[in-house]
Write a protein that binds this ligand. Structure first.
Ligand SMILES: Cc1cc2nc3c(=O)[nH]c(=O)nc-3n(C[C@H](O)[C@H](O)[C@H](O)COP(=O)(O)OP(=O)(O)OC[C@H]3O[C@@H](n4cnc5c(N)ncnc54)[C@H](O)[C@@H]3O)c2cc1C
Length: 410
């Protein structure tokens, strides 16, 4: 079985392979895939296309919002990846992929030909699904669901909020990246507010009626932030349908909520390039075959990370990292005419509630037919010791260090 392998457990044919693989997007899926394609076959010609020269991780960005980490500590460059033989990094944006002529159009540079494309563009937002929630509205009600200027904007708004103010977080409908992260954000905002503006309140308006770690979060909120965080279920008026940036209000049908700082996390779909290339289904995500992650809509295009439909796997950085390795192994196996080893997929996510209190969910998956199916794991135990909760907070740091080294080579 292959699980997070650093080398393929079979011998590659001696014949050198000069196939050109283009990886689109240098985030959790894309950067990992470049690293592992190169490890599995250093003769491959690999081009990574990523607009930004620095990558800012969403994991730990909630800590930046709470003032627990500096922005500089969640920022990485591509220099070490680029220093590898046969790896070329182009800082540009892919604007089109012609799957028939196998050509990629870039916003600025000249077009590229490819043998295979790995697409890991993350998510885009379904602007307008919530009335008045357009791109411009995010300058007033930030989403902070892509790390960077939006993260800093939300942090600044919380710093400027009066003591006794209300911070609203709205949790979107449908599949979205990082299912536990809105609740982690509520927790860490509470950590910041409890220290700095203790009369403040946090209102979590949820489109859903339930979420996996609900019991764990509710227990922690009661203990750490009593009476500070209120959670409203979708069926009880939590599902936002309209926003009003002028009056600092959001609406769930006829019920209105007024906030001093409002974080609207919009509903999501695959990154726009996946939509443009015609790779998405009716829900806006990309269906792929296993174990290769090849698109069911176009040959030689592989979609990994948040953008793809990956069975039981949630949309997480760790999931994207695991998928990237399996996809790289499938591409290299295919090029060398070797049978792909049986894949084992893994994912985990830590939610930090204060510097000494964290919970997690770790899962392992295998293929059942063509479907990635959870075979073991799940969330932390509800009744655990203070020592374990503290240990989880330390493990979260270790997890972060190792996954970012796996992407950016340390
Ligand atoms: C607040 C928050 C906290 C989170 N915490 C965790 C956590 O603790 N653990 C965890 O596992 N996950 C966490 N996540 C989820 C994690 O960030 C995502 O699941 C992960 O980033 C998905 O990887 P990806 O490769 O699909 O997309 P990304 O990592 O977003 O990478 C996509 C890249 O593609 C590039 N791109 C997009 N379009 C184009 C184009 N047309 N041309 C070229 N490049 C393009 C983008 O610039 C970007 O760099 C969190 C998310 C949020 C929002």
């Amino acid at each position: 079985a292959i699980a997070g392998a650093s080398s393929l457990p079979f011998a590659l044919s001696a014949a050198s392979n000069t196939a050109h693989i283009v990886v689109v997007g240098g985030g959790f899926g894309g950067a990992t895939c470049v690293n592992y394609l190169h490890r599995f076959d250093s003769n491959l010609k690999i081009t990574l296309i990523e607009p930004s020269k620095t990558f800012i991780t969403c994991p730990f960005s909630n800590k930046v919002i709470a003032g627990m980490e500096k922005m500089s500590s969640i920022q990485f460059t591509y220099q070490k990846l680029a220093a590898q033989a046969n790896v070329n990094i182009v800082h540009d944006r892919v604007v089109d992929i012609d799957t028939t002529s196998k050509k990629i159009t870039l916003a600025n540079d000249k077009p590229l030909s490819y043998d295979s494309v790995v697409l890991s563009p993350g998510v885009s937002f379904k602007w307008g699904q919530i009335e008045n929630n357009d791109l411009a509205s995010a300058n007033i009600f930030p989403h902070a669901w892509k790390a960077g200027t939006q993260t800093l904007l939300l942090a600044k708004q919380l710093q400027a909020m009066p003591d006794g103010g209300t911070f609203i977080i709205s949790v979107p409908e449908g599949d979205f990246r990082a299912p536990p992260a809105p609740y982690e954000r509520a927790s860490l905002a509470a950590y910041y507010l409890k220290k700095n503006k203790p009369k403040s309140k946090i209102l979590v308006l949820d489109s859903q009626d339930n979420y996996e770690e609900k019991a764990l979060f509710q227990k922690a909120w009661k203990k750490l932030y009593p009476d500070m965080i209120e959670w409203v279920a979708g069926s009880k008026g939590g599902k936002i349908t309209r926003i009003d940036t002028k009056n600092s209000q959001v609406f769930a049908g006829s019920t209105s909520y007024k906030g001093d700082v409002i974080n609207v996390i919009p509903p999501q779909q695959a990154g726009t390039i996946a939509i443009k290339a015609g790779l998405t289904n009716n829900n806006g995500w990309c269906d792929v075959s296993q174990p290769s992650f090849e698109s069911t809509k176009a040959k030689s295009i592989y979609v990994i990370g948040d953008a793809c439909v990956a069975g039981d796997m949630k949309k997480l950085g760790h999931a994207a990292n695991s998928q990237a390795k399996i996809c790289a192994a499938a591409i290299v196996s295919n090029l060398h005419g070797i049978k792909m080893p049986e894949p084992v997929y893994s994912s985990s996510v830590y939610s930090v509630l204060n510097p000494k209190y964290a919970i997690s969910s770790a899962e392992v998956f295998r293929l059942k037919g063509d479907s990635i199916t959870k075979v073991s794991g799940g969330p932390s135990k509800l009744n655990t010791s203070k020592k374990n909760l503290k240990r989880e907070a330390r493990f979260a740091k270790g997890w972060y260090k190792s996954i970012t080294s796996d992407m950016f080579l340390g």
